[in-house]
Unconditional design. Sequence first.
Lengths: 181, 195
Amino acid sequence: MAEQQLSATFLERLIKRENGAFDELVRRYAGRCYGYFYRLCGNAEQSEEFVSELFVKLVEKIDTFEGGSFDKWLFTVASNLFRDHLRRQYRYKRLLDEAAEHQRRRQDDSAEQSRQEAANDRLQWALEKLDKETAELLMLRYYSQVSFKDLAEMRNEPIGTTLSKVHRGLKKIRFLLEDNR
Amino acid sequence: MRTNDIHNLEDLLRRFVDASVAETMAEDIRRGDALLDGFPSPELSAQAAAELRRRLDTLRPQSRRQTLGSIWAGIAAGAAAAAMVVWGISFMQTPSAPTERAPVAQVQRPAVQEPEPVVQDRSELPGFTLNLWEDTYPAESDAAFSEIKSELDNIAAWIETLGIMDTAFPDERLFNGETASQSETKIELTDFWKG
């Protein structure tokens, strides 16, 4: 976990927009952010666009980072970006439908689909069975790796509520995945 | 992938629920996390990551260039504005070249009539007054006087003919309905004012 923490020096380089600082940022966070977006929308291209938009936002807003957990700050921006996008487009359901359709088409087109992709599709399917808020919360926790306390703060809700939602969500995921093998 | 407070999860849950329930919930969450770990995270393609790096890399110098550009643009704009001010001031201070003007008719100053000198010597006043009288009432003034007098006589004769002067006017009524004479009589007969 210590590896994930950004050093003060690195943050300083980031704020000064020094050469190589952005590469480091991408190396550390792009994968996790992509995973977060991909799990929520199920669309690789859309997720890449989200990641790109997020990192541009991060570069623009880096001056507003006031210390504390950088992961918490970054994933708050990511979460807001995704929510804003859904609100703006009014297309969460359509997005999921499109993603499912995209996945189905991909399955049809590619005979060489790997077992890993099939497994991912099952998780995607299970996440789609959850309500949007719970799915977002589970993925936010999983990919941001922030504490429950920070998670509750990011969502402006009591920590007990966050714990309860995570518990219910994971239980349902388990039920869906284990009982539908 | 694990969250950093998973080991303290049970302690955390005990703050909200019974110990036995907390234990069950913590176990559910751990198993859920383990299940999610079984689904490897989708990877950002190397191509997409490289594109992202390129985009950010171009964003950084651009922002510097833009900053420098805006600074230079500001300096240039300020210099231009200063030059304009200097030019404007020098333009205003430079005497303008004589220009041809259309001939204008000469405006004549109106002649002021001087008042006549005030009479200084009071001994001349009678004569001056006489002159004024004669100026106002010329020679036929006597005739006018006779005419006015005869008109007044005619009016007096006409009034006399009508008998207006002999007519007795009714006593004026006061506000309480009494005449003035009635009121006076009443006051005379009343002793209240005598104390």
